[in-house]
Design a protein around this ligand. Structure first.
Ligand SMILES: [Zn+2]
Length: 317
């Protein structure tokens, strides 16, 4: 899984801060120990110097090792007895890392530790929240009460299949086209899916179509590092949610970009969810039959019907 450099750097900063904090607290504990139990501190120091002596002896005077080992084991016993008398445990002397498995380094046994992965997931989610109302859009607060009786049953099934989509998400997951007039829950439901997929450790991007076109244009023509990285993420993230397709200014440039994006993600098995007020016919008219045939042939279409939920909420007061 490739994470954007900015997020990876932030994850490393968080780990470094945790590590620094754990070690600072340990230094503080040791200083207190030194003050309150100088006998324990002295025993620790003499044990440490015995270990150092052993290291040198192992190379230059191997025949003295036996004697040093005996001193070490006596020193250890003495230290344990002094610590027990002072009510200090081994754990009190160690830094209390947030993640003992990697000692807050983010790597354990040559692999990325799960704690670093957890931090990255959280950062991806926060990034999603920065650009969308993701925090307000969960499955829990997706209400079926705003749909009429017939549509409620249909939407109930849609929600069920979205929950399944999240549970089973992988590179073979379907592409989804949420279509229908505004205010019927397309953004809400796609963000609930996005959040669920983020929580399973994937890189999810959410972007409105007008913003997407601006960014792609910037990446293509200006070629600054941030724009190129953004472009790479949009093309390569595990799940991409494009909101409001059709509200951007459509030019021959955007047409070819939409085709390139849709086609590349299909060819590299990267699922995409598109929200749009357009139906498939409109998509064909607006983006040419090339785009239409890629979407119509490979996206599962979910139709949203009913009365504008925002309007209904406003009427209710
Ligand atoms: Zn860890």
């Amino acid at each position: 899984m490739k994470y954007p450099k900015k997020l990876a750097k932030r994850a490393d900063e968080i780990l470094a801060a945790r590590r620094w904090d754990a070690e600072r607290r340990q230094a503080h504990t040791l200083a207190l120990l030194h003050e309150q139990h100088p006998e324990v501190e002295a025993a620790r120091r003499s044990l440490a110097s015995l270990y150092a002596k052993r290291g040198t002896a192992a190379i230059f005077e191997p025949d003295t090792l036996e004697g040093i080992d005996a001193q070490i084991s006596a020193g250890r016993e003495q230290l344990q007895a002094l610590m027990a008398a002072a009510g200090i445990t081994e754990a009190d002397l160690e830094p209390s890392y947030t993640c003992p498995a990697c000692m807050d380094r983010g790597m354990a046994n040559g692999q990325t530790c799960t704690c670093r992965q957890t931090i990255l997931n959280q950062l991806v989610y926060e990034q999603l929240c920065d650009v969308s109302p993701a925090r307000e859009c969960s499955f829990d607060n997706f209400s079926l009460a705003y749909y009429d009786r017939e549509q409620r049953t249909v939407m109930g099934r849609v929600v069920e299949s979205c929950l399944r989509y999240v549970r089973e998400f992988n590179r073979e997951s379907k592409n989804l086209l949420f279509t229908g007039p505004p205010g019927l829950g397309k953004t809400h439901l796609s963000l609930a899916v996005a959040e669920g997929v983020v929580r399973s450790g994937r890189l999810v991007m959410y972007v409105s179509a007008p913003h997407l076109m601006d960014e792609l244009e910037r990446g293509k023509f200006q070629k600054d590092a941030a724009a190129l990285e953004y472009r790479e993420m949009i093309f390569g993230c595990d799940l991409l949610v494009i909101d409001d397709l059709g509200t951007e200014m459509v030019t021959s440039y955007t047409r070819s970009e939409v085709y390139d994006l849709v086609n590349t993600r299909l060819n590299t098995s990267r699922p995409t969810i598109i929200n749009t007020n357009l139906d498939l016919r409109d998509i064909e008219k607006k983006y040419t039959s090339r785009v239409y045939s890629r979407i119509a042939g490979t996206y599962a279409v979910v139709e949203f019907k009913g009365r504008d939920i925002r309007l209904q909420k406003r009427e209710k007061g």
